[in-house]
Design a protein around this ligand. Structure first.
Ligand SMILES: NC(=O)C1=CN([C@@H]2O[C@H](COP(=O)(O)OP(=O)(O)OC[C@H]3O[C@@H](n4cnc5c(N)ncnc54)[C@H](OP(=O)(O)O)[C@@H]3O)[C@@H](O)[C@H]2O)C=CC1
Ligand SMILES: O=C(O)C1=N[C@H](C(=O)O)C[C@H](O)C1
Length: 267
């Protein structure tokens, strides 16, 4: 069994990860971490997740747990995931990072640290979205310059970052496929007399409402027709199962930065 530490243990993803680890035949929960001062500190991680007592108390100190942990699964915040990757790299463990909302500077630092340990980093761990990452480039290239590209994402009201990490990754994949620079052609809001749409722009639109788990649509708009490709997550288990699969895979890899396309052999 692979000793696994979950960071963000009392969060929405943390709870699902812990519940699925409980049922796993290859991973076992060896540690659970939350923010300093969090109301769940000291509680049993399984009870907190709603899957029954696991005998693992939630703490706020990852370094002390790394002796017993082989892999860290982290769905928390950008600052936390980056600091934790630093600790994991000091102790030569493995890591899976699902957190989104990193600045370009933070992403650069993450890439640097991940050269020292095996690390899977992906804004979306579901199989379906990773298949989309692969096929969208082909659709865009096949349709060519005549079709306008818009990415629309919808998430729950509690999500902090926007656009979603997945929408940004989709927009990057599409920009690369069309030989465009997303920094130049990305359009993230429209309001007022903005004039006609430029042909090159890639729109990325954000919706926040209720308890939507995570929807992503890419709209290719032409004259007289359009194609819409949509992925809808029905529950967070689609992401959590992917993260567990990544954890099993990454412990056997040499140091380096990987994503879910590597884990799922879709590259
Ligand atoms: N890659 C993927 O497939 C997916 C990625 N995500 C991403 O994962 C992240 C978490 O999402 P979600 O679970 O919904 O968010 P939640 O806010 O429900 O959970 C995050 C948890 O991490 C905790 N946390 C924050 N900072 C630290 C820290 N320094 N040390 C330990 N714990 C910390 C938070 O505590 P507190 O409440 O005190 O802030 C919270 O309990 C987001 O970035 C989200 O976009 C989500 C789903 C799928
Ligand atoms: O915060 C979420 O909930 C999700 N975040 C990820 C993102 O930002 O892309 C993935 C998923 O859609 C759910």
């Amino acid at each position: 069994m692979i000793n696994t530490i979950v960071v963000g243990a009392a969060g929405r993803m943390g709870g699902r990860l812990i519940s699925l680890i409980k049922d796993s035949t290859s991973l076992t929960l060896s540690g659970a971490v939350e923010t300093a001062g969090h109301r769940a500190l000291g509680e049993d991680a399984g009870e907190q997740a709603g899957c029954g007592r696991l005998g693992v108390a939630i703490t706020d100190h990852l370094p002390a747990l790394l002796e017993q942990g082989e892999v860290v699964i982290d769905f928390s915040s950008p600052a936390s995931s980056l600091a934790n990757l630093g600790e994991v790299s000091k102790r030569k463990r493995a890591m899976v990072i699902g957190t989104t909302g990193f600045t370009p500077q933070e992403t650069g630092e993450l890439k640097r640290l991940a050269q020292q340990v095996p690390c899977v980093f992906s804004p979306n761990m579901s199989v379906g979205v990773n298949v989309l990452f692969k096929v969208l480039a082909e659709i865009a290239k096949t349709l060519g310059e005549e079709y306008d590209i818009e990415v629309i994402e919808a998430h729950h009201r509690l999500k902090k970052d926007a656009p979603s990490g997945t929408a940004m990754k989709i927009a990057e994949v599409l920009a690369r496929a069309m030989n465009r620079d997303l920094g130049q052609v990305g359009v993230y809001e429209r309001h007022g007399m903005i004039g006609e749409r430029t042909r090159q722009e890639i729109g990325v639109q954000t919706i926040r409402a209720g308890d939507i788990v995570g929807d992503h649509t890419v709209l290719f708009g032409g004259l007289g027709e359009r194609i819409e490709v949509t992925h809808r997550a029905h529950s967070r288990d689609a992401f959590a199962r992917g993260a567990l699969r990544a954890a099993q895979w990454v412990v056997a890899q040499p140091p380096g930065l990987y994503d879910m396309l590597d884990v799922l052999r879709l590259r």
